[in-house]
Write a protein that binds this ligand. Sequence first.
Ligand code: SF4
Length: 151
Amino acid sequence: MSRLQDLKNTVRSRSIHVCYVNVGSCNGCDIEILACLAPRYDIEQYGIYVHNNPREADVLLITGAFSPQWEDKLMDLWEKIPEPKVAIAIGNCPISGCVFNREGSYVDPPVRKHIPIAAEVPGCPPRPTEILQAVLSLAPVVFKDYEGDGK
Ligand code: SF4
């Protein structure tokens, strides 16, 4: 592998841009994501940066059991994220609907029915360390050696 490719891979593995979306959660998982930003977990020390603009993101974190209002919106948001990209389902809600998935409910889990999901982090809610671990284990694999269409 060339030194240039080595350098690119190093930068990509230490500059991971994340945005997140709540498609119908109780906010419990969102609070754990916010905890990742606080000094105790300090997500930026791992080179992970949070944005609210999907066009700047590599990784989409999703919380919630998928309420019908998100039917088109989530796909629109996903399409705005440039390749290469991954989505990670955070918590039991996007995986199974958790407490919201009961008779008469309008939620439509799992979220992997609506967009491709590369990893799932179960828990109600999962710990910040588990969320961090998912991003850190997945991102370098996805972005390593990526050159895009133009090469
Ligand atoms: S998994 Fe649990 S904590 Fe997370 S949004 Fe669903 S109900 Fe709330």
